[in-house]
Design a protein around this ligand. Structure first.
Ligand SMILES: *Cc1c(COP(=O)(O)O)cnc(C)c1O
Length: 716
């Protein structure tokens, strides 16, 4: 083999640098493996950070490593796939949404979850936004994202000796992250400003590359800003409602201004939840400044905007008092040439009702040409919730539709599984190209083929399930060791007493909002203890999740679960993994056999974590709420109770906990442990196949973003 020439080396090195700064690598298996193999230990210590890996490996080492012809070939193949992906001239979007090529969708979200090294999301809303952006990229539709750069991100969770959640923050360093400063034509940092209270607050922005899609993160940490404004974008939903309203002015107003500075004329402004609703006021201001009267400016704005509501839970709808909005939002009065009372009325259901606070959801609904909930039931609940705003006599008259959420399927696959499915993809479709995978992995036909026993045998499914469960057990034990607090000294000796790689493993991981009722299953404590100790048919639990820093009831739920995991008969059969994030989520949705979801119906608008399990052969066991009401077909998982709920909340808790126990003992455990002479649970595997056929492609953002595009983005 001839050594690489200097120019070939330079090309590969610069290619790797480009690749590390585009999070596309995180959903391309071979790209990820290239960074991993450069420094396997660094990969773990740096929490899978490709940019940091390229800083840790010296330029000299990198050139030496690339002289290994096998490695250089792998890098070349990844880079050529990356270029083919980025430059593909024909995509779903160019064919089906050509208007978005020149006038993209601008998607505003207070949080985005893309990767564990950029923790700028609090939970499901951010995960959904991140997955929406990734699928917009895969589909090749014109799309830009807008959010804030929280340099301390969302909190990291630690658990005290009293099993109480405490929060700490770490600083994100942009030079170690896939972030690029947004520059003007002269190469200087682009700087914009918004009016907050009586001050002018300046911001700059960072660009994250999500495949073909740019996402811009606004950052007020500038030396010329007053100190309180420098820290405005410090933390995700940080501080009190004063911080909140000010962050939302930066997001909504600043976001539109940034897009204009970049020369963008979006065809649709999509508000992912109400946090960004001030963007409507900025769009009205622009039109007033161009000479339109208010009513015309308002109706033109309405034609440009789209709103997705995400929760029926009251606390999920931002409300600001008249005093607060009058103080923080005083700039709106002169910008819009309206009185304070008129401004307040834009966020009220009843104009002139002094007792009503300013609601961001109301503002968003008022100035959107279309609005939607995130599942069929949530659409119906939202229509009922907002009848008065529309002066409707029946919910059917309320113009709120629904598009059921999804997940970015390929991105959520654990490497173990992604390798297997990708290999089968190439076997099934030998003529397809490397980048067809990103599309066809979302095709129901592909999943129907995978589910066929002639393509994936029962033995293969079961071996994969064992491997994934073992990986979770090993991951959990390692985390427990790092968490420390869970053990007394003697426990280290019997470390393998924590979790059993053969046992039916039930996972529960989500925000510890109280309506999600994390400890519900332990209401039947004595009965559950019997189940975990049944040596022939043991079950075990893995829990994780964060409570909002100011949610003491949520923290008490965490305390209860951890207390049981340490001091009750459940010890060793129940573990709590600290610091839930998307990396922990991926380990859990892949390794568990059953994914437990027991919210108070109908408060789980959609839920998405359960969708992440399907590709891994984990089955859902859920209340008939959100997406599961639509997904469950009787044989692709388990339903807890019927498609209805008692009106009384205490009654609901009691009935649901009984139903949960019943489905567990009557359906789940018998089916899992029903083994044939070869030790294979054929019936259980049949359910996994049915889940692949009916859920995997349907609950993907590939399907979801197409629906948004067909129904809303391409229509004016
Ligand atoms: C998917 C995900 C969520 C959302 O889970 P739900 O089931 O909707 O509660 C929250 N947090 C993280 C880290 C996730 O990956």
């Amino acid at each position: 083999m001839k050594p690489l020439t200097a120019s070939e080396l330079t090309e590969l090195v610069s290619g790797l640098n480009r690749l590390a700064r585009n999070l596309w690598w995180s959903w391309d298996q071979e790209a990820q493996e290239v960074f991993h193999d450069l420094s396997p230990r660094g990969w773990q210590n740096l929490y899978h950070n490709a940019v940091a890996i390229l800083r840790e490996v010296s330029p000299y080492e990198l050139r030496v490593r690339l002289q290994d012809p096998g490695f250089a070939d792998r890098v070349r193949s990844v880079l050529s796939r990356f270029d083919a992906y980025i430059k593909a001239p024909k995509t779903w979007g160019t064919e089906n949404a050509p208007n978005l090529v020149t006038n993209p969708v601008a998607y505003f979200s207070a949080e985005f979850a893309f990767h564990e090294t950029l923790p700028i999301a609090a939970g499901g809303l951010g995960a959904l936004a991140g997955d929406h952006a990734k699928s917009a990229s895969d589909l090749g539709i014109g799309f830009v994202g807008v959010s804030l750069f929280y340099r301390e991100g969302y909190f990291q969770q630690a658990i005290s000796q009293e099993n109480w959640q405490t929060e700490y923050y770490t600083q994100l360093n942009p030079t170690n992250l896939p972030l690029e400063p947004v520059l003007d034509a002269r190469g200087d940092q682009l700087v914009g400003s918004v009016r907050i209270a009586a001050s002018t607050v300046r911001f700059h922005a960072w660009r994250v590359n999500i495949g073909r899609v740019p996402v811009y993160l606004l950052d007020t940490n500038r030396p010329e800003n007053e100190p309180m404004f420098r820290d405005l974008t410090l933390r995700v939903y940080g501080g009190d409602s004063t911080t909140r309203v000010m962050q939302e002015i930066v997001l909504g107003v600043g976001g539109v201004r940034l897009l204009r500075m970049l020369g963008l004329q979006p065809s649709t402004f999509h508000m992912n939840e109400g946090h960004a609703a001030f963007l409507t006021l900025e769009l009205i201001r622009e039109k007033l400044a161009a000479g339109s009267p208010f009513d015309q400016a308002a109706s033109l704005t309405k034609a440009e905007c789209l709103f997705t509501t995400h929760t029926p839970v009251e606390a999920g709808h931002d409300r600001f008092t008249s005093d607060l909005l009058g103080y923080a939002g005083q700039g709106f009065l002169s910008d819009l040439r309206i009185s304070h009372e008129e401004l307040m009325n834009l966020g009220r259901v009843r104009a002139g009702e002094a007792s009503e606070t300013f609601c961001m959801t109301v503002l968003a609904l008022r100035y959107s040409r279309a609005a939607n909930g995130v599942s069929e039931l949530h659409g119906a609940v939202s229509r009922e919730m907002w009848m008065e705003l529309y002066g409707a006599k029946t919910p059917e008259e309320v113009p709120i539709g629904h598009i059921t959420n999804g997940i970015h399927l390929v991105g959520w696959m654990k490497g173990t599984v992604r390798r297997v499915w990708k290999r089968k993809f190439h076997q099934l479709y030998p003529a397809k190209s490397e980048i067809d995978w990103f599309a066809d992995a979302n095709n129901p036909e592909f999943w129907a083929k995978l589910a066929d026993p002639s393509v994936t045998s029962d033995e293969e499914v079961w071996a994969l399930r064992y491997r994934l469960r073992r990986e979770l057990v090993e991951f959990t034990r390692r985390r427990l060791l790092l968490q420390g607090g869970t053990f007394s000294h003697g426990d280290f000796i019997t470390f393998d007493a924590f979790l059993n790689p053969d046992a039916l493993t039930i996972g529960f991981a989500r925000r510890f909002a109280t309506y999600k009722r994390a400890p519900l299953i332990f209401d039947q404590f004595e009965a559950v203890v019997k189940l975990v100790k049944d040596s022939g048919h043991p079950i075990q639990f893995v829990f994780a999740g964060k409570a909002h820093p100011r949610d003491d009831s949520g923290k008490r739920f965490i305390q209860k679960v951890i207390h049981l995991s340490k001091y009750s008969e459940l010890k060793g059969h129940l573990v709590f993994i600290e610091n839930y994030d998307i990396h922990v989520a991926r380990q859990m949705v892949s390794g568990c056999d059953v994914w437990l979801n027991n919210p108070r119906r109908p408060l789980e608008a959609s839920g998405t974590s359960g969708m992440k399990t399907t590709a891994h052969g984990c089955l859902n066991m859920s209340i008939m709420d959100g997406w599961w009401r639509e997904g469950y077909n009787g044989n692709n998982g388990f339903s807890i109770g019927p498609d209805s709920h008692p009106a009384d909340v205490d009654e609901q808790d009691r009935v649901d906990s009984e139903n949960l126990y019943n489905v567990l003992t009557q359906e789940v455990i018998p089916s899992f442990y029903n083994r044939d002479a070869d030790g294979v649970p054929r019936q259980w595997i049949g359910k996994i196949r049915e889940a692949w056929r009916t859920l995997a492609a349907e609950y993907s953002t590939w399907r979801m973003v197409q629906e948004y595009s067909n129904k809303y983005y391409s229509r004016r």
